[in-house]
Design a binder for this molecule. Structure first.
Ligand SMILES: Cc1cc2nc3c(=O)[nH]c(=O)nc-3n(C[C@H](O)[C@H](O)[C@H](O)COP(=O)(O)OP(=O)(O)OC[C@H]3O[C@@H](n4cnc5c(N)ncnc54)[C@H](O)[C@@H]3O)c2cc1C
Length: 529
């Protein structure tokens, strides 16, 4: 049954665009098109909107799935804030997480990542006084790499002919950074492995350890948070709620529990979608924010997939790792329990990040290569109004999909004892880490629930439970087909796969996709406001 995100939908006879999925990229594309007076129909298969920005509720608690912090939204003049203000009519508000956004914990040592680039540098220099030059060089390289991203992304929105003429010049300076691994760049400025381990202590934000990840990806995440972390006031659901109003005002709608089965293609042109319940919906523009692998291999008819040799593209990209998240509900307010706003990144003492990941992937009973603890209820100033005397904690670690693939044909919540027993084991191990670092949580947990890669597959339709869509390896950034235009006329892509993972990146994918569709310089227009 197709329902509306609103209670009483009035569906129009026709729409200017249909968007598959309601993740950040889809919502941003929809809002920008709505601002251009287009009527947009957003089709989301889940029972709620937002993709990874959705929330779920259980036993009187609410958890955010794919937002723990967002950078660069404090200042109203920042590009990201301006785009958020544009697509939400400035209704989305942000809460600052304070001075320390991330705490990197290696064995018994703690390293705070503090707000403000000069403060960050000074703090790192205080931890590593003999590495002052390397730290300055590192921050310089981060800024330089990020600045080269501008041309690379602008090129993605250009018409093919213009890109052919000018694109190379726009992309080439970027490849100098994206082609190198994070480790190679850091190793070129220091031999201090502990410093490298600490500076790459946010690698979980993009899923790949330093010897495998592209330095550009590392730089974009590090720079993003230099100005501190922020959380949406009222929780992540405020993103879909505020964008929804913009879409509705232009005559568009977000439908939930609306599963798209196939993109209808006639004479090499996308003309509509076929829904799982058999309905056909037509529009002159079709946009997919459901991930490139889903879109090409599952949503396009097989003959179109073969005709355009899309398999060749898919062999050049890799899915990102999968994860587990332990969602905890606790008795007592964040203040009573002394919960911080800061995220904790906890790492093994004796191995570098790559070795720790390898060690764990060989046998998941080995030490977790990373445990990330986030305290969403402490970050949201509106939490106490909605959930007095309650708190939440999320704990995330890597978890390979292959451990669970034998249960892929079972149903959510009914996967059997063996599956539950693996979950219980992981839950207990994660709780042990929590109690070591947050002892106040002991005895206060009234609800606990572990998601696995099968949960991600079930709710967000990433086939192998990918946490971030595609891997952020140097190779990924060389794939020119990761852009809004597809070989099929009137079919466009949006979302993290055409840019990078991250809410801000997915937000930009929406701007890039809308620019490619309308042929307008949307970012220029937003910045002028
Ligand atoms: C655990 C976790 C923590 C994260 N933490 C942060 C963070 O703190 N900060 C940050 O910036 N980023 C974070 N991210 C990353 C960020 O959430 C994502 O990169 C971003 O939200 C992805 O947006 P997207 O537009 O690509 O769409 P997605 O969120 O991937 O949504 C795609 C949507 O398409 C729908 N769909 C798929 N197939 C169909 C179909 N056939 N029919 C209809 N709908 C379909 C799916 O149900 C889904 O809703 C996190 C991600 C995860 C998983």
């Amino acid at each position: 049954m197709i329902q509306s995100y609103k209670k009483n939908p009035t569906l129009s006879d026709s729409y200017d665009a249909i968007i598959i999925g309601s993740g950040m990229g889809s919502l941003a594309t929809a809002a920008v098109l709505s601002k251009a007076k287009k009527r947009v129909l957003v089709l989301e298969r889940h029972y709620t909107a937002g993709g990874f920005t959705h929330i779920f509720k259980r036993k009187g608690f609410e958890w955010d799935v794919g937002i723990h912090y967002i950078g660069e939204v404090q200042k109203p003049t920042s590009v990201i804030r301006k785009v958020f203000d544009y697509i939400t009519d400035s209704k989305l508000k942000w809460a600052d997480m304070g001075e320390v956004y991330d705490k990197i914990i290696v064995g018994e040592k703690n390293y705070d990542f503090v707000k403000g680039v000069e403060n960050f540098k000074n703090k790192m220099k205080a931890y590593f006084p003999e590495e002052k030059e390397a730290i300055d060089a590192y921050v310089g390289l981060v800024f330089e790499a990020v600045s080269k991203g501008q041309g690379f992304y602008m090129d993605k929105a250009l018409p093919p002919l213009v890109s052919k003429l000018f694109g190379r010049r726009m992309r080439n300076p970027f490849y100098k950074f994206s082609d190198q691994t994070t480790y190679d760049v850091l190793k070129s400025i220091t031999d201090n492995e502990e410093l490298i381990k600490v500076l790459t202590g946010q690698y979980g934000d993009y899923g790949l350890p330093p010897k495998q990840s592209s330095f550009y990806m590392h730089a974009t995440v590090a720079r993003h948070y230099f100005s501190g972390g922020n959380f949406p006031v009222g929780g992540s659901s405020q993103i879909a709620n505020t964008v929804d109003q913009v879409i509705e005002r232009a005559g568009g709608t977000i439908l939930i529990s609306a599963v798209v089965d196939e993109i209808i293609v006639k004479q090499n042109k996308a003309i509509g979608v076929k829904m799982a319940d058999g309905k056909t919906l037509l529009a002159p523009t079709i946009i997919s924010g459901a991930g490139i692998i889903n879109t090409y291999s599952k949503l396009l008819p097989a003959e179109v997939f073969h005709k355009f040799q899309l398999q060749q593209n898919l062999t050049k990209i890799k899915r990102s790792v999968a994860h587990a998240c332990l969602y905890l509900g606790l008795e007592g307010s964040p203040k009573d329990l002394g919960l911080p706003k800061t995220n904790y990144w906890i790492y093994p003492e004796d191995l570098d990040h790559d070795a720790a990941v390898d060690n764990y992937l060989q046998d998941i009973s080995n030490e977790f290569p990373v445990v990330y603890i986030s305290f969403p209820s402490a970050k949201d100033p509106d939490w106490a109004n909605r959930y007095p005397n309650k708190s939440t904690i999320d704990i995330i670690t890597l978890l390979p999909y292959e451990i669970f693939d034998k249960w892929e044909d079972t149903k959510w919540m009914k996967r059997g004892e063996a599956y539950e027993s693996i979950k219980e084991n992981i839950t207990n191990r994660l709780l042990e880490v929590l109690y070591k670092h947050v002892p106040n949580a002991k005895g206060k947990i009234v609800h606990q629930e572990l998601s696995t890669p099968l949960t991600t597959k079930h709710f967000v339709n990433y086939d192998e439970g990918e946490i971030y869509g595609l891997d952020h390896s140097p190779d990924r950034f060389r794939q020119r087909f990761l852009k809004p235009r597809t070989p099929i006329k009137n079919l466009y892509l949006t979302g993290q796969d055409i840019v990078t993972a991250g809410v801000a990146a997915a937000l930009f994918s929406g701007v890039i996709t809308a620019s490619a569709i309308t042929g307008k310089n949307i970012i220029g227009k937003i910045m002028k406001r």
